[in-house]
Design a protein around this ligand. Structure first.
Ligand SMILES: [Zn+2]
Ligand SMILES: [Zn+2]
Ligand SMILES: [Zn+2]
Length: 243
């Protein structure tokens, strides 16, 4: 065997070994990859929160494979539980006739919610006022307004009933003096005094205006009659000048 031949043979073996070494490294790597792929992730850690969700934004939680430690993440939905720290704030006050409105705002996400407060419907009316006075022949009209919403209500005033009375049962006057009697008659309804009379004209007389003239000490009955026939009587006591 020639020297040159030996050298050739040795080189051939070296090349073969080199290729074998490379091949084994590649195979081992492939086997390693295969081993990783082969994990079926059957055992996981517990889920742990990575990012807390709040009322409006999502959160995340994660877990890892206990064997290969690969991580997995999933979303946590927003809680939807807003923090209405400030409570309801009145935007428009409720009245009997108009609905009110309230709003509130979340401290975290600024979401604003509003709600309607329905009208109470309970009107608070003021006193009735006469819009058109009734007469002895026609009904009248009365009106009143709600203090809360201004709603107007009208009503009917019945036909006026005639009446006749004095403000006092007995009037006193000194001899020689005059006294204006104060009768009450349904004037607005259209009634008027038609006639005045004194039962004892010697004690006191009465004129058509209801003015008494005292003549002598004593008592007389003064009567008036209205156009509708109503009648009222009072006593007039005439006392002496000296008293
Ligand atoms: Zn795994
Ligand atoms: Zn919120
Ligand atoms: Zn009202």
């Amino acid at each position: 065997m020639k020297n040159s031949d030996m050298r050739l043979k040795t080189a051939g073996v070296g090349r073969f070994l080199f290729i074998l070494a490379i091949l084994s490294v590649v195979l081992m790597a492939a086997a390693g990859v295969q081993a990783e792929e082969a994990c079926t992730h059957e055992e996981w850690s517990d889920w742990t929160v990575k990012w807390e969700p709040d009322c409006a934004s999502k959160g995340t939680e994660m877990r890892y494979c206990l064997k290969c430690e690969i991580e997995e993440e999933r979303e946590l939905p927003p809680t939807g539980e807003h923090e209405w720290g400030g409570g309801w704030y009145l935007v428009k006050a409720v009245t009997c006739g108009a609905a009110g409105k309230e709003t509130r705002t979340c401290n975290v996400c600024d979401k604003t919610e509003s709600r309607i407060i329905p009208a109470t419907g309970k009107h608070k009316y003021g006193a009735w006022q006469v819009q058109k006075a009734p007469t002895l022949k026609k009904t009248g009209v009365k009106v009143r307004w709600c203090k809360g919403c201004g709603k107007k209500q009208t009503g009917i005033l019945p036909i006026a009933k005639p009446y006749a009375k004095f403000t006092k049962k007995t009037y006193t006057v000194k001899v020689g003096k005059k006294l204006k009697l104060l009768p009450k008659v349904q004037v607005a309804g259209g009634d008027v005094i038609k006639k005045w009379t004194s039962s004892k004209p010697a004690v006191a007389t009465i004129n058509y205006k209801g003015v008494v003239t005292a003549k002598a000490v004593g008592t007389t009955k003064i009567t008036f009659v209205t156009k509708t026939g109503k009648k009222a009587t009072c006593k007039v006591k005439v006392t002496s000048k000296k008293k």
